[in-house]
Write a protein that binds this ligand. Structure first.
Ligand code: ATP
Length: 314
């Protein structure tokens, strides 16, 4: 991919707080118009990266560019291109949602603040609550308003630092929908998350940050493929058939679960192996009631990558 296509380019970024080395040489690129998730556990350094990219913090070394512009050399230029929604709510609690949006639009000297506020309230499903004080809003509504406020001025790159942390499942799903809609509108979305499921659901590309380095990058599917072994689950109508299948498929390292009448078969993921297995069952006249392929989850991928890194460094 050409650098022209990169909304974000990070090269060998390093940052320490006193004697704590948080970023030890971080590299990644984000394609314009894509959604990128930076995944890491608590304290991995995700917010530190966001703060550097949003020009709020100076790196010790390395470089970071937004749309080709260096964040340390031309921060004012970069600030016009981006918006940041952090973990804490920035809206003013004494004002209503509409007033907050109008005030922000005016502070940014944007044309038609009333119209912009109305449009964003509609887009973020806040019209009904528009004239209520923020102090009466739920956590999810506050996050949506924050996101709406950050979009005033049409930034081309939007940073969302843990956008759903602390939200209940329903509010999290509503926020996911908003983020997806944002991504569809063509902006580049950079989000940090501790939730593998969130990254899997929203991102085109995921990078896993661990101990100061990006330890893995790829699409959700690619990351899942890095774990070579998934399994196939076969379900049977009765225990007799289950036991027959278990004996027949011994060579496939099959594990039977008599409570659920299922047989779990380790696989290398190849169609050839699957064909061999199904043909063998068919030839022995074994009726399979249900067949499903279980790919490893991102949780499995994260654990496997982190564990293998630890073993390598021993
Ligand atoms: N100003 C600071 N001074 C000293 N240490 C800091 C400072 N800011 C962050 N840290 C430390 O740097 C590490 C990375 O922090 P950071 O907030 O970037 O992580 P994070 O991945 O965003 O974590 P979380 O998911 O908890 O928000 C943590 O150990 C944190 O305690």
């Amino acid at each position: 991919m050409k650098p022209d296509n990169w909304a974000i380019e990070v090269i060998d970024l390093k940052k320490s707080y006193k004697n704590v080395e948080v970023l030890r040489g971080v590299n990644f690129t984000v394609q314009k118009g894509s959604t990128f998730a930076l995944l890491g556990s608590n304290g991995a350094g995700k917010t530190t990266i966001i703060k550097i990219l949003a020009t709020l913090l100076q790196p010790d070394s390395g470089s970071a560019k937004i749309n080709g512009v260096d964040v340390t050399k031309q921060p004012e230029h970069v600030r016009k291109e981006i918006s940041l929604t952090g973990q804490s709510v920035t809206a003013d609690y004494i004002l209503t949602g509409r007033e907050n949006l109008r005030m922000m639009a005016k502070l940014r000297h944007l044309p038609a603040p009333d119209k912009q506020a109305e449009e964003l309230l509609r887009r973020f499903d806040l019209l009904d609550a528009a004239d209520r004080r923020i102090s009466t809003y739920s956590g999810g509504m506050c996050r949506r308003l924050d996101l709406a406020m950050s979009l005033l001025g049409n930034p081309s790159v939007v940073f969302l630092d843990e956008p759903t942390t602390g939200l209940d499942p329903q509010a999290r799903i509503a926020m996911w929908d908003m983020i997806k809609e944002l991504a569809r509108s063509g902006v580049t979305v950079f989000l940090t998350t501790q939730y593998l499921e969130e990254a899997d659901h929203l991102a085109d590309q995921i990078a896993i940050l661990h101990e100061g380095h990006i330890v893995a990058t790829g699409s959700p599917a690619e990351l899942k493929n890095r774990l070579p072994r998934g399994h196939i689950e076969l379900r049977f109508d009765n225990e007799t058939t289950l036991n027959q299948a278990r004996d027949l498929l011994k060579e496939f390292n099959a594990t039977a679960d008599s409570n659920n009448l299922t047989l779990s078969v380790m696989t290398d993921g190849s169609t050839r192996q699957m064909m061999r297995l199904l043909t063998k069952a068919a030839e022995a006249d074994i009726e399979i009631a249900e067949f499903s392929q279980k790919l490893p989850t991102l949780e499995d991928v994260f654990l496997a990558i982190v564990t293998s890194k630890k073993e390598d460094s021993k």
